[in-house]
Design a protein around this ligand. Structure first.
Ligand code: DX5
Ligand code: ZN
Length: 222
């Protein structure tokens, strides 16, 4: 089973609640919520207040992608704001195992995010604490970038690690991909092993702003 997670980064922020309702009505499974701090990544976006504001609009899981440093002190705020999944970049945390524990103890699912050049060895000792592995297929910071093709081999490697782990433990870990996902490459990305697809500009760039059903066709095609 595949999940589509539209990234709000490319949504119309003047109508954020409507954007959330419209993508969920069109079939989105998760809402991907990109948090950037102008420190760990070169952009500044949204925080727990905005998460709290959209929480009543949908029952779809809110997938908070933290691109912030430090990580730990913002985790409880997002849990309180209604996040369901919280992922972070291991380079941004001094104590990766502790941060994963903090997220799970706050009642959320936890995940690690890998930049294009970050090796998968961060997975070595923490698989039991992961619900999601998120591979970045662009460098984090901006929507609308081009998919980096080397990510396909990395996806296959992550898929193999997850399958080997699940065979032994029976525990499922999702494999999410973020960056440059479009209608014309999503099948190849799925074949490489991803099961959860973030799409920002592909979804929110579709159709005309005045059409409330403009996301039906794009989400149906992904
Ligand atoms: C980039 C963000 C992505 C971004 C994806 O740092 O993590 O979630 O919104 O946007 P597209 O789908 O346009 O590449
Ligand atoms: Zn993201």
């Amino acid at each position: 089973m595949f999940r589509i997670a539209p990234s709000l980064l490319s949504a119309n922020f003047a109508k954020l609640g409507e954007e959330v309702s419209n993508v969920v009505a069109a079939g989105a499974d998760w809402i991907h919520f990109d948090v950037m701090d102008n420190h760990y990544v070169p952009n500044l976006t949204i925080g727990p207040l905005v998460c709290e504001a959209i929480r009543p609009v949908t029952t779809a899981p809110i997938d908070v992608h933290l691109m912030v440093k430090p990580v730990d002190r913002i985790v409880p705020d997002f849990a309180k704001a209604g996040a369901n999944i919280i992922t972070f970049h291991p380079e941004a945390s001094e104590h990766v195992d502790r941060t994963l524990g903090l997220i799970r103890d706050s009642g959320c699912q936890a995940g690690l995010v890998f930049n294009p050049a970050t090796p998968l060895h961060y997975l070595d000792h923490v698989m039991d604490k992961l619900d999601v592995i998120l591979l970045m297929s662009v460098n984090p910071g901006f929507g609308g970038q081009k998919f980096i093709p080397e990510t396909l081999a990395k996806l296959r490697a992550a898929r193999a690690r997850i399958d080997a782990y699940t065979a032994v433990t029976g525990r499922r870990i999702l494999l999410e991909i973020d960056g440059g996902v479009k209608v014309d490459n999503i099948a190849e990305i799925a074949r490489a092993g991803a099961d959860t697809f973030v799409a920002g500009s592909a979804v929110f760039g579709a159709g005309s702003d005045s059409d409330p059903n403009r996301y039906d066709s794009i989400i149906g095609s992904l």
